[in-house]
Design a protein around this ligand. Structure first.
Ligand code: SF4
Length: 389
């Protein structure tokens, strides 16, 4: 038994000990933008405590105080180390413990906000009450105006959802699987439509109606229910289009409660997760649609090659792209050209014709890769389809 857990068994845990356990258990929830980056922002900061780096929309990083209120859970999700039949040490933080500890960090400028989640303490309603109480103490008693992200538990009532949104900057209810049939393989207690989809629709409606900007995110657990990447990606697109979600996150199912990332299966798993993020990015920023994504015969993305390059390999008729006349979205189809580089190309060619890769003014392997897909003449693009968004 790890020393910390032995101490907890032997004595009543204090706030620090509870936070050690509960912040560790919160690592699997990435709906706050931890771990969505290739360089792995899933793990905690070097102090090993409850401070998690998150990736900001502009690509930068900031520190978030992230913990569960409780790792007690009455639910039975097969992929989760906190499910009710697991023999683990359980504890629950009081709202004041969370608020006071968080404010210590916030006032010292060590974190920019709070992410609070929880196992189901008896019922979703009772647990939501605790989550909302923490946020209300911060907002009302301490006049806290900063960032709060609250987890909405599956099966929460409309009243609890509305209250949570009223005190948060962001909320997330995890969709977990791309459909009812997959969730049924993982839980006998959660009903996909009643407990997840309907509340997500309500969150979407309320966050879009709200005069304050409140973000809605969600997360898939990847690889626990035998779903394919294609299933996940089709659902992801629908979540953006039909519910207007701000972000969808992916968390690979980790077979054991471990932060060991050396294991080969786990390495493939993390690469699968990374490929899903790449597709998500292609949808949100590059104008790709589900029909542009190419899978193997099992509905999986390639682990070896990124999805944009595979699209390029399958569409030789689209290349070479004229760097001097192509639209932004045509340039974004070129492997090796990212958003920043394309913006630079568009800027540079206003001033003068781009005659070689060197004229872009950036060096690197990715640009060398791009050069084989580009034409440096200024003839108009003569392709079967053009991307003008
Ligand atoms: S409800 Fe959440 S904490 Fe409880 S078993 Fe399911 S995933 Fe784990």
């Amino acid at each position: 038994m790890p020393i910390l857990e032995f101490m907890l068994v032997a004595s009543k845990p204090d706030t620090f000990e509870k936070l050690q356990l509960l912040s560790r258990d919160s690592q699997y929830d990435l709906a706050c933008a931890c771990g969505s980056n290739k360089f792995d922002r899933r793990t905690r900061d070097r102090s090993g405590k409850w401070i998690y780096p998150v990736t900001l929309p502009n690509g930068g990083t900031a520190m978030l105080f992230k913990t569960l209120i409780s790792n007690v859970c009455s639910s039975d999700c097969k992929y989760c180390p906190l499910r009710s039949n697991m023999d683990i040490r359980r504890c629950t933080l009081k709202p004041e413990e969370i608020v006071n500890t968080f404010l210590d960090y916030y006032n010292k400028g060590e974190v920019f906000g709070l992410f609070l989640s929880s196992g189901v303490i008896g019922t979703a309603e009772a647990t939501m009450d605790k989550l909302i109480t923490c946020a209300e103490i911060l907002r009302k008693k301490h006049q806290f105006k900063g960032y709060i992200h609250l987890k909405i538990l599956p099966g929460s009532s409309p009243a609890a959802i509305e209250k949570a949104i009223s005190v948060s900057n962001a909320v997330s209810l995890n969709i977990e699987t791309p459909g009812k049939e997959f969730l049924e393989r993982l839980s006998n207690k959660k009903d996909f439509l009643r407990d997840i989809v309907e509340p997500m629709k309500l969150i979407s409606r309320l966050t879009h109606q709200s005069r304050r900007k409140v973000k809605q995110t969600t997360q898939f657990i990847v690889g626990a229910a035998g779903e394919t990447d294609q299933h996940i990606i089709n659902y992801t697109e629908a979540l953006y289009k039909r519910m207007g979600l701000n972000r969808v996150y992916f968390s690979i199912y980790q077979h054991s409660n471990t932060e060991n990332r050396e294991n080969t299966d786990m390495q493939d798993g993390f690469m699968r997760e990374h490929r899903l993020y790449q597709v998500d990015f292609l949808f949100r920023k590059y104008g790709f649609t589900p029909s542009d994504i190419i899978y193997d015969s099992s509905g999986l993305l390639s682990i070896e090659t990124d999805p944009k390059e595979i699209w390029a390999q399958k569409h030789p008729e689209f290349f070479p792209v004229s760097i001097n006349t192509a639209t932004k979205y045509e340039l974004l189809r070129v492997p090796g050209l990212g958003l920043t580089t394309v913006e630079r190309v568009l800027e540079r060619r206003k001033a003068a014709k781009i005659c070689s890769i060197d004229d872009i003014g950036i060096i690197g392997k990715r640009l060398l890769k791009a050069s084989k897909y580009l034409n440096f003449g200024n003839l108009p693009q003569n392709k079967t389809f053009l991307f003008n968004f």
